[in-house]
Design a protein around this ligand. Structure first.
Ligand SMILES: NC(=O)c1ccc[n+]([C@@H]2O[C@H](COP(=O)([O-])OP(=O)(O)OC[C@H]3O[C@@H](n4cnc5c(N)ncnc54)[C@H](OP(=O)(O)O)[C@@H]3O)[C@@H](O)[C@H]2O)c1
Length: 270
């Protein structure tokens, strides 16, 4: 039995994956930003849980101080965690600039999972896993946009840059922890899966949510992922595959990581 954190577990493929994992009897920490949606998710997942415990953890991931507080609280848990699934993500935003002065896509899709990963990594066991939700949409990262110094002109560009950025740091940290663990992988769960994000952002019904939920479940728990440190699984192809070439460029990944560390130091201090 594993203890598993899923961020963005109040809707979409994160909630559906939580149901699959709960049915296996694992312990779950479900993260959400809305108290009402989180309570509902915990109740509904608890109802189908096997022997495992289900608890909630609240934080708006567009606010880095809240991300840090949540990550610190989770790192301090006596029960510990084995697996972290960085699933929460955002595509469309009417007001894209956060109170920290960042584009909300970079804040939620890139910086928050990085901060959660950094704070929880030392607490995870060697055979633990960190699964980072990427996307087929990946575009070269403008470091000034990531740092909030310039705005990104449209939702898709911001989203695609934020998703390449998470794929880049995921690959770099995954390779760095290949021998020591935990395993770090990134994952395109499949394109245009019919969640709130896709229905509202792209105006299409999209495909079955189980496509994304099943691959999240497998990436967290299946032995087939056990040797995949630093790799990128592309569920559109149904296999591991190359991400955008920038994700495999150690120099560019290092620049992205240094830019992220600088933003975190500026916003959080220290
Ligand atoms: N659907 C697809 O076709 C597709 C394709 C490629 C990648 N992905 C990725 O898969 C992941 C899940 O997406 P989805 O399609 O399931 O979308 P979704 O249905 O919109 O779910 C997104 C989840 O993230 C949470 N979230 C968003 N902004 C947040 C914030 N500021 N703080 C805390 N939580 C926040 C949402 O909370 P609320 O419930 O409060 O809104 C929700 O739980 C994302 O990383 C997405 O980029 C999806």
């Amino acid at each position: 039995m594993k203890s598993i954190l899923i961020t963005g577990a109040t809707d979409g493929i994160g909630l559906a994956a939580a149901r699959l994992i709960a049915a296996d009897g694992h312990n779950l920490v479900l993260h959400g930003r809305s108290p009402e949606k989180l309570e509902k998710a915990v109740d509904s997942v608890s109802a189908i849980s096997g022997a495992g415990a289900v608890e909630g953890s609240l934080a708006d991931l567009s606010d880095l101080a809240q991300v840090a507080a949540m990550a610190n609280a989770l790192a301090a848990r006596d029960e510990g965690l084995d697996i972290v699934i960085n699933n929460a993500g955002i595509f469309q935003a009417s007001d894209p600039v956060t109170a920290d002065g960042l584009d909300v896509r970079f804040a939620v899709n890139t910086l928050a999972p990085y901060l959660i990963t950094r704070r929880l990594l030392p607490r995870l066991p060697k055979d633990g896993r960190i699964v980072n939700l990427s996307s087929a949409a990946q575009a070269p990262v403008d470091l000034k946009a990531l740092s909030g110094e310039v705005t990104v002109p449209d939702d898709f560009k911001a989203y695609a840059q934020s998703k390449l950025a998470i794929t880049m740091w995921s690959h770099a940290l995954g390779v760095a922890h290949r021998d020591t663990g935990p395993l770090i992988v990134s994952l395109n769960p499949g394109s245009l899966i019919g969640t709130k994000m896709v229905k509202e952002g792209f105006g299409v019904e999209g495909s079955d949510i189980s496509i994304g939920a099943n691959i999240i479940y497998r990436s967290a728990l299946d032995d087939a992922f056990a040797g995949a440190a630093g790799e990128y699984f592309d569920n559109d192809a149904g296999d591991f595959g190359p991400p955008h070439p920038d994700a495999l460029d150690a120099g560019k990944a290092d620049e992205v990581i240094r830019a992220i560390d600088a933003v975190l130091a500026r916003v959080l201090g220290g």
